[in-house]
Design a protein around this ligand. Structure first.
Ligand code: FAD
Length: 292
């Protein structure tokens, strides 16, 4: 099923992101966690793709499992940074053979080694190159791409970031999913600016439930997200008590999602980090809203 049909179904949708195992030894435990999340029957699930190739070989296995065993619509991520045309074309063939209709087209993060390398040798410099490649290979694929309410860390400013986002969308994206954020006002400001710039496709906010204090530093480093005072107070107070932090993190994420729904946003994606208990708690908190 194409994601755009779910995104536009007029209901309050909630979806989850999972990531494949980093090593073969953890394949079974990750598969079990993913299956528990799929059993919750979210609106769809996305499966990430390791930029450096580390976890990428499992993305399709996991995505197929979700689709075939749980009949949950699936979005397979694909990155292109430092890949050759041949590798990407092979991956696209595998995606199509697996019956996957939805692909998240990403550049991937620049590792320190890649930063040092010779970029003139790269077949793909930006996600837009992958969007074009996917569109060329199959016009029927439903393609999504990433956006950054707080600006991509490599961008000079938001105007430039939004200009490139528009080019990426115009190349063939049906929807865009945001980087995590902890203050909904940042999302509302971003939405205003991209609509003004002529980007009209649906935007799916990405919400990261922080359920452990040590996630905070990693999340900020990864996304550069602003931490509101209200959120900092919660981490300061409950960060050293695992049970309390889990409850507080789930409550904060739930509150963010309810505010998004209340402000007219119909689709929210949760970075569930392969934690079925977190996905299930959030879905339970929203059981009177999701699907209506
Ligand atoms: P791009 O769209 O290429 O943008 C990267 C930077 O280049 C931005 O600063 C942009 O403004 C600029 N830019 C874009 N186009 C041009 C152009 N034509 N000329 C000049 N500059 C340009 N990473 C993974 O490795 N695996 C995943 O599965 C994964 N999933 C993600 C899912 C979401 C929802 C998000 C938000 C991020 C995800 N990432 C993932 C991280 C992502 O790969 C990084 O954030 C990466 O640094 C940028 O990827 P992008 O696709 O946004 O790149």
């Amino acid at each position: 099923m194409k994601l755009i049909d779910i995104i536009n179904n007029g209901k309050y949708n909630l979806s989850f992101e999972v990531f494949p195992p980093k090593a073969e030894s953890s394949f079974e435990s990750v598969k079990a966690a993913v299956e528990q999340i799929a059993a919750l029957q979210p609106s769809f699930m996305s499966v990430t793709y390791g930029a450096g190739g580390g976890t990428s070989r499992y993305t399709l296995d996991i995505a197929k499992d979700i689709m075939e065993k749980y009949h949950v619509p699936t979005l397979a991520h694909l990155t292109c940074v430092s890949s050759t045309k041949e590798t990407v074309k092979n991956k696209i063939t595998q995606i199509k053979e697996a019956g996957i209709k939805n692909v998240m087209a990403l550049r991937g993060d620049l590792t320190p080694e890649l930063e040092k390398g010779d970029r003139s040798l790269w077949d793909y410099r930006h996600a837009i190159d992958l969007v074009r490649e996917l569109k060329e290979s199959d016009t029927d694929l439903c393609i999504g791409c990433a956006c950054y309410p707080e600006i991509h860390p490599e961008s000079k400013n938001q105007i430039e970031d939004i200009k490139y986002l528009k080019e990426k969308v115009d190349a063939g994206c049906s929807f865009i999913t945001t980087q995590m954020f902890f203050d909904n006002n940042l999302l509302y400001n971003f939405l205003y600016k991209i609509r003004e710039a002529g980007i009209t496709v649906p935007v799916i906010p990405g919400i990261m439930p922080i359920t452990k204090a040590n996630q905070v530093e990693r999340a900020i480093k990864l996304s550069g997200s602003f931490m509101p005072v209200r959120f900092k107070a919660l981490v300061d107070r409950f960060g050293c008590d695992d049970d309390a932090m889990r409850d507080a993190g789930i409550a904060y994420a739930t509150d963010q999602i309810i505010d998004l729904y209340a402000n007219g946003i119909k689709n929210v994606h949760v970075y569930s980090m392969n934690k079925p208990e977190v996905a299930s708690a959030i879905l339970n908190n929203l059981s009177g809203i999701v699907g209506k």
